[in-house]
Design a protein around this ligand. Structure first.
Ligand code: NAI
Ligand code: MG
Length: 329
C-alpha cells in the first residue's frame, strides 16, 4: 500500500522540520509517494501568488497533505487552504512528553472550528477604522460539536467542554453554546460543561488536568492552543490536523519562526507528531504508535534533542535519532 501525499514545506523552519519528518517517515514500514508543492512568502515573492491553484489541486488529488509552515502569507495560504478544502476541524492534541512542560502530566485535545468565526475573512475599512465580521452558523457549529463528541467517544475520552464568551457575544456565542448542549444530549455517556474563554485561559494553567476535549470557535481555539503549547513545553511540540470530509492537512501549530530559521535548530517534534496524526487518519494506527514511541523515547532520554528541550543537537540530528529508534521497533 503506497499512500499519495502532497508535501508543502513552505518557509523558514517549515522546510527544516519537513526534511526532518520525511527522514523519520522513510524509516517507517510504510511506502509514500510524495508530490512536493509550492506555497508561502518565498514563492509569493517570485510569482506574486502565495498559494497557486496547482498546489490546491495537488492536495485535492492526494490522500493526505503534510504542511510545514509559512510566514506572513499564512492567511493567504493555510487559512485559505482550510476554507478551499472545507477542512472544518482543527484538531490539536496537547500532550506532555518527557520533562518538557512545567505542569505535570497533561493530556487534552482542542477541537477548533476552522472555517468561520472571526477568521471568516470578512474584514473591511470604515471611515473610523475597520470592521471584522464574526460568523457563527448553526450548521458549522453542529458539525464541529458532533466531531468533538464523536472523537471523545472513539478515543475513550469522557468529557467535552465548550469554550465561548456568550455573556458578551450573546448572539454568535449564544448559538454556539445552544448547539453544543443540543449535541451533548445525543451523547449521554459523555460529560459536558462549558466555560468562558477568559476563565479557560486561567484554568488551563491552574488545573490543566481537568480538561479532556475542548470544543471552541476559530480565534479562541487558535489562542488557547498556543497556550496549550506553552503548558507542555513550547510550540516545537504541538501538532495539528485539519480535517474535512474529503481531505486532511497535517501541520505543526507553529509558524516559520524567522528568529531561528536557517540555523538548523528548530525542534522537529511538532512536525513528526503531525505525521503521527496523518498515519492515524490514513488508517495506520500501529505505525502511528511506533513513530510516536520513537519520538517519545528520544525526548525522554534527553540526549539527542534540540535546545528548546534542553539539548544541543540540530534538527536533523534529532530526526536521525528518532529514525534509528523507529527502524528497530
Ligand atoms: P512562530 O510559531 O513562528 O514562533 C513563535 C516562537 O516559537 C518563536 O520564538 C520561535 O522561535 C518558537 N518556535 C516555533 N516553532 C519552534 C520549533 N519547532 N522549535 C523551536 N522553537 C520554535 O510564530 P510567530 O513568531 O508569531 O510567527 C512567525 C511567522 O510565522 C509569521 O510570519 C506568521 O504569520 C507565521 N505563522 C504561520 C503559521 C502557519 O504556517 N500555519 C502559524 C503561525 C504563524
Ligand atoms: Mg496559531
Amino acid at each position: 500500500n503506497t499512500y499519495k501525499i502532497t508535501v508543502i514545506p513552505g518557509d523558514g523552519i517549515g522546510k527544516e522540520v519537513m526534511e526532518a519528518a520525511l527522514h523519520v517517515l522513510n524509516a517507517s514500514g510504510i511506502e509514500f509517494d510524495y508530490t512536493f508543492a509550492d506555497a508561502g512568502d518565498e514563492y509569493a515573492e517570485k510569482t506574486g501568488v502565495a498559494l497557486p491553484q496547482e498546489t490546491i489541486d495537488a492536495v485535492k488529488k492526494s490522500q493526505a497533505c503534510l504542511f510545514g509552515a509559512v510566514g506572513e502569507s499564512a492567511a493567504d495560504v493555510i487559512v485559505k487552504l482550510r476554507k478551499e478544502l472545507d477542512l472544518y476541524v482543527n484538531l490539536r492534541p496537547v500532550h506532555s512528553y518527557g520533562k518538557a512542560g512545567k505542569f505535570g502530566d497533561v493530556d487534552f485535545v482542542i477541537v477548533r472550528e476552522n472555517t468561520e468565526g472571526l477568521y471568516s475573512g470578512h474584514e473591511e475599512y470604515t471611515d473610523e477604522g475597520a470592521t471584522a465580521l464574526r460568523i457563527t452558523t448553526r450548521s458549522a457549529t453542529r458539525r464541529i460539536c458532533d466531531f468533538a463528541f464523536d472523537y471523545a467517544k472513539k478515543t475513550g475520552r469522557s468529557k467535552v467542554t465548550a469554550v465561548h464568551k456568550a455573556n458578551v457575544l450573546k448572539k454568535t456565542d449564544g448559538i454556539f453554546k445552544e448547539v453544543f448542549y443540543q449535541t451533548a444530549e445525543k451523547y449521554d455517556d459523555i460529560e459536558s460543561n462549558d466555560f468562558y474563554v477568559d476563565a479557560t485561559a486561567m484554568y488551563l494553567v491552574t488545573r490543566p488536568q481537568d480538561f479532556d476535549v475542548i470544543v471552541t470557535s476559530n480565534l479562541f481555539g487558535d489562542i488557547l492552543s498556543d497556550e496549550g503549547a506553552g503548558i507542555v513545553g513550547g510550540l516545537g511540540l504541538l501538532p495539528s490536523a485539519n480535517i474535512g470530509d474529503k481531505n486532511g492537512v497535517f501541520e505543526p501549530v507553529h509558524g516559520s519562526a524567522p528568529d531561528i530559521a536557517g540555523k538548523g535548530i528548530a525542534n522537529p517534534s511538532a512536525m513528526i507528531l503531525s505525521t503521527v496524526l496523518m498515519l492515524e487518519y490514513l488508517g495506520e494506527p500501529d505505525e502511528a504508535r511506533k513513530v510516536e514511541k520513537a519520538l517519545v523515547e528520544t525526548i525522554d532520554e534527553g540526549k539527542i534533542v534540540t535546545s528548546d528541550l534542553g539539548g544541543s543537537s540540530s534538527t536533523m540530528e534529532m530526526a536521525e535519532e528518532v529514525a534509528r529508534k523507529l527502524s528497530k521497533l
